[in-house]
Design a protein around this ligand. Sequence first.
Ligand SMILES: Cc1cc2nc3c(=O)[nH]c(=O)nc-3n(C[C@H](O)[C@H](O)[C@H](O)COP(=O)(O)OP(=O)(O)OC[C@H]3O[C@@H](n4cnc5c(N)ncnc54)[C@H](O)[C@@H]3O)c2cc1C
Length: 565
Amino acid sequence: MPYHPVLVVGGGLAGLRAALEARFQGVEAAVLSLVHPLRSHSGAAQGGVNAPLGNSEEGKDDTPERHAYETVVGSDFLADQDAVEAMTREATERIFELEHWGAPFSRTPQGKIAQRPFGGGAFPRTCYAADRTGHYLLHTLYQQALKYRVQVYIEWTALSLVVAQGQVQGVVALHLPSGEIETFSAGAVVMATGGAGRLYRKSTNALINTGHGLALAYTAGAPLKDMEFIQFHPTSLYGSNILISEAARGERGYLLNNQGERFMQRYAPRFMELAPRDIVARSVITELKEGRGFDGAYVLLDLRHLGAERILERLPGIRELAISFAGVDPIEEPIPVEPAQHYTMGGIDCNTWGESRLPGLLACGECACVSVHGANRLGGNSLLETVVFGQRAGRRAAELARAGASTSSEEPLKKALEEARTMIEGFKRSNGNEDPASIREEMRRAMWEGVGIFREKEGLEGAVARLQELGERARRLRPAHGGQFFNQDLLRCWELPGQLLVAEAIAGGALRREESRGSHFRLDFPQRDDARFLHHTLAHLTPEGPRFEPRDVAITRWPPEVRKY
Ligand SMILES: Cc1cc2nc3c(=O)[nH]c(=O)nc-3n(C[C@H](O)[C@H](O)[C@H](O)COP(=O)(O)OP(=O)(O)OC[C@H]3O[C@@H](n4cnc5c(N)ncnc54)[C@H](O)[C@@H]3O)c2cc1C
C-alpha cells in the first residue's frame, strides 16, 4: 500500500500548487488525478488572473485593499473579509512566482505583465496570457511539479476517503484504464478536485467536473458551505455552452438584443457589460423573457468594432472557438451567446489554511469554500484562489504530515479497500434496472429547471423532491456492461449517489435562503435580507438528508452596503 505524507487529490492548478508547496517544505507529496494534470479543467481558463499590480495607466493606483473591497462588494458581502484580504495581499507574490517559473504573460509596451479589465473591477487588474491563461499556468506548474519530483498518479479516481479514529487516513482509488483498486495511505489529504458544474444541464465546465470530490468529503463527514451560490456565466456559446470569456467584454465587446440595443444600459448603467456576472446573466435572461432575444434563446456578443488586429492579438482562442463551434467569425459577425452554469462558489468548508472540519483533510481551489467569493465570484479571482490557497493548504498539510497527523494504522485502509472491491463487484453483477446515464441527465435537468438563475419556493421544493426520488432509483443502478478496463459506466454508478447528495445540498440551501444575494436570486424574495441571512450556510450530511446550520460571516473592515453598478 503506497504511503505519502501529503496526498493531493486533483492535478489542476490548486492541487499542483499545494503539492509543490509541500515539497518546498521538505515533505514528500503525491498527486492523484482522474485525468492527466494537463487535461484538468484549469487549462480551459481563458481570461486571466487578478492581482493588484498596477501595471496599466488607469490602474496604477491599485492596491490589495482596493482589490479586497471590490471582491467583498462583488460577493454581496458574504465573503469572509479576512480570507479576502489574505488573498489580495498575497496575490502579487504568487503572480511574480508564476512569472519567474516561466508563465508567458502578455506584456505592456514597457514589458510589464499586461492587465485587462474584468467584471466588477474599477481598474484593469486581470493579468493574462492572450486568452489561454489557464493553459499556460497549468503547464508552468506541471513543469515545476516534475522538476521538484512530485509523484503523479495519472487516471486514478479517488472513490472514498478513509476515516478512522476521527482522522482521515488516506483514500481508496480506482485506476480506470486497468480497473485496479488500491488504497493510498497519507499523513494528510488535500482535496483539489475542482467544481461541480456538471450537476447542471447547461454548463461551461468539462465533463470531469462532476462534483464527486465534494461528495467524497461530504459523505466522510466534512460539511459543505454556501452550496446554494452557483455562478451562471452570461456568455456561453449558444447551443454548446462553451465559454466565451469575460475577456471579450473586458476588451470592450458589446452585448446586443434583437433591437440592436446595448441592453446593459438598462440594468447596470455605470459598469455596462462589465457588471458582475450574476447581474449580467440575469439581464440576459430578462431580455429573453421579455421578447428581446433571438429565437427566445440567445443574445449577441459583438466584437466587430474592436477590429481584426486586436481580436487576433488578444482573443485568438475565442475567435477559434466561435468559428469551430458556431460557424461565426467574430471579426465579421456577432457571436450568439446564452447563460450557463459556470462556477461553484460553495464547497468543502475550510479555513484560510485549507483545513476542513475533518482532521487530516484539507481542501483548496474550486472544491473548497474558504470563503473568498461569497455569493458571487468576480472573474479572475478563481485562478488567484487556486495559487494563493493551494500554496497555503500545501504548507499546512506538510506541517500536519510532519507532526504525524495520521495514525497510519493499516487496518481501516484494508477494510475500506475490501468494501470498495465488494461494491464494485456488486455493480458489475447488479440485476438493477436503472441506467446511470439516464438518472444523471434527469438530475441535471432538475437542477437547471428548479435551481437555476431565477428561483422560487415551488420550483426548489420540486427539485428537492425530484433529487430524493432519483436517489431512491439510484439504489438500483446497473452499468451498461461489467467490463474491467476503462469502464466509465461503472464509475458513473459509483459517483451518482454522491452527486445527488451534493445536488440536494445546493437545492436545499437555496430553498432555505429566503432572500436574494449575489448569484442566488429568489423571485419570491427579491431583496437581500441581512437581518435574517447575512450568514454562511453549512450543510452536514445526515441519514435524513442535509442538516443546515448558519455560520457568521467574518466582517473585518467593510460593513454591508447596497451593491450598485
Ligand atoms: C471555461 C472556463 C474558463 C474559466 N476562466 C477563468 C479565468 O479566466 N479566470 C479565473 O480566475 N477563473 C476562470 N475559471 C474558473 C477556474 O478556471 C477554475 O475555478 C479553476 O481552474 C479550478 O482549478 P482547480 O485546481 O480547483 O480544479 P480543476 O482544474 O478543475 O482540477 C480538478 C482536478 O481534480 C481531479 N479530480 C476530480 N475528481 C477527482 C477524483 N474523484 N479523483 C481524483 N482526481 C479527481 C481532476 O482530474 C483534475 O485534475 C474558468 C472556468 C471555466 C469553466
